[in-house]
Every structure is written in structure tokens, then in C-alpha cells.
Design a protein around this ligand. Structure first.
Ligand SMILES: O=C(O)CCC(=O)C(=O)O
Ligand SMILES: [Fe+2]
Length: 254
């Protein structure tokens, strides 16, 4: 039967999936306690969110059993990095964006998959949900943005590459994204899977605090791009992961 979203399955097979109760109450509480005592990150994320820890790497903590939990749900993927974001009414959060100015090191960026897990329920407007795009037109627009980010990274290490005019979105395109976006309702511990190459945005928080634990997954057979890994290293982005990948795949480049 014809499926309206066949095109999505071919680019990113899990984009838009919602998995219920991925992290139990007990795991969430243990995780939250560990993240609570970690200091706020020193990156620009901390200017945007009340608390933002870039790469706490807590998924490796054996007490949480997160690696096994994810392995069961997504056997073709492995967790590469994580991120913790607390958002309050004072934090604007991210408007529509794609993620490759900080994690643009994949040879096939569309293979990267985020597992976004709210630790507080995000069930209605004002609770800090995450919106994604699923319409083919919106997804293709995302890929123009992605190509733009990857091109900029190549330029960081190869100045002979001419600059491209900055990516800009028109009001019509913005209205289209707003009109067609999908905003799933999630309980604490549920997970939204989305492809980092496609536009997504965080919605407003009206009261209190929304917290989310976010994991970046790659396919187990993923290939990494040397030029862009070196560019991210030069920019100082995501160094824990970038250094690990360089050491593993391109030790000669170090
Ligand atoms: O949780 C948020 O507010 C934004 C998350 C996001 O943009 C991401 O995980 O890439
Ligand atoms: Fe993002």
C-alpha cells in the first residue's frame, strides 16, 4: 500500500517514532540525581538553557543500564554522545535548526539518530515539547541547511573552498515549517526518535522546568569524515567525541 512517508523511511528509518517508557521511573531518578550534581557546561549551550551539559557521557554508567536498553530497541545503532538540557520560561531554546555545526562528522549525516527523552512530561503546549518536520517539502529544506553546514565545516580546514552565502529561511518557508510541524505528546521516560539532519525546534516552557536527556546514535557501520572531524576539532566542538573518533579512525591525522 502507498505510504505517504515512504520517502522518510528511505532517508531515516526511525524518524518520528515514539517509544513509550524507555527509561523507568527508577532509572530516571538515578539519572536525574547524577545530572543534578554535575556542573553546568562551559559551552555556548549554557547561554541558551538554564542548565546545559554537553556530553556528560552518563549513558556509560553501568548503574543506569542505558546501553543495554538502547541495544534492545535499536540493535543497528550505538550511542555516541549525550546532552542534558534544562529549559525554563526564561530560556528561548532552539528555533528550527539542524545539528551539523556541532556533530557534522558523519559521512552520511542522515544516519545520525537522536533519542530525545524528557525527564518531565511534555504533553501539552507550554510544557517544552520538541517539534519535528515530516513533510517531504520540509525535510528537503532541512537537507539544504544540512549541506550548508557541512560545506562551512569543510571551509574551516580548506580555505581554498569559496564561501557560500549564509543559509536563510524565508517567511513563507518558516510559516510552512510551523504549519506542517509535528509535536508529539510524551510522558517522562518516553522517547522521540528523530533524524538530526531534519529541522526540529524546542517549544516554549510556560512554568517550572523541562529537562531532557538526549542521546546521539549512529549506525554501527557508520563512516566518519576526516576533514569535518578535523574542522570540529579546530572549532573546539564536541571534543570528547571528536577526539575519540579521530583516534579510532584517523590516528595519522592527530
Ligand atoms: O531539547 C531541546 O530543547 C532541543 C533539543 C535539540 O535540538 C536536539 O536534541 O538536537
Ligand atoms: Fe537540535
Amino acid at each position: 500500500m502507498h505510504d505517504r512517508f515512504d520517502f522518510l523511511k528511505n532517508i531515516s528509518p526511525h524518524h518520528g517514532e515514539v517509544l513509550r517508557n524507555v527509561l523507568s521511573k527508577e532509572t530516571r531518578e538515578t539519572l536525574a540525581a547524577k545530572l543534578d550534581v554535575m556542573p553546568n557546561g562551559q559551552t555556548w549551550y549554557a547561554d541558551i538553557y538554564q542548565k546545559a551539559i554537553y556530553g556528560p557521557m552518563v549513558f556509560r554508567d553501568p548503574e543506569l543500564n542505558i546501553i543495554k536498553t538502547i541495544e534492545k530497541l535499536l540493535p543497528n545503532y550505538r550511542i555516541l554522545s549525550d546532552l542534558y538540557l534544562e529549559k525554563t520560561p526564561d530560556d528561548q531554546g532552539f528555533p528550527f535548526h539542524t545539528d551539523f555545526d556541532s556533530i557534522g562528522f558523519m559521512e552520511h549525516p542522515e544516519d545520525m539518530l537522536t533519542v530525545w527523552i524528557p525527564l518531565t512530561p511534555v504533553e501539552e503546549a507550554g510544557s517544552g515539547q520538541l517539534s519535528i518536520v515530516m513533510e517531504e517539502g520540509a525535510v528537503r529544506l532541512s537537507l539544504i541547511r544540512e549541506a550548508n553546514q557541512l560545506h562551512s565545516l569543510v571551509r574551516v580546514v580548506d580555505s581554498s573552498v569559496p564561501a557560500h552565502p549564509p543559509f536563510q529561511i524565508t517567511q513563507q518557508e518558516y510559516d510552512y515549517l510551523e504549519r506542517t510541524k509535528v509535536t508529539p505528546s510524551l510522558d517522562a521516560g518516553d522517547a522521540l526518535l528523530f533524524c538530526n539532519a531534519f529541522f526540529h525546534k524546542s517549544e516554549d516552557v510556560h512554568n517550572g522546568k523541562r529537562s531532557a536527556y538526549i542521546m546521539r546514535l549512529v549506525r554501527k557501520d557508520a563512516k566518519f569524515n576526516k576533514t569535518r572531524l578535523l574542522a570540529l576539532k579546530k572549532l573546539g566542538q564536541n571534543l570528547a567525541v571528536v577526539d575519540e573518533l579521530l583516534k579510532q579512525h584517523y590516528p595519522d591525522a592527530l
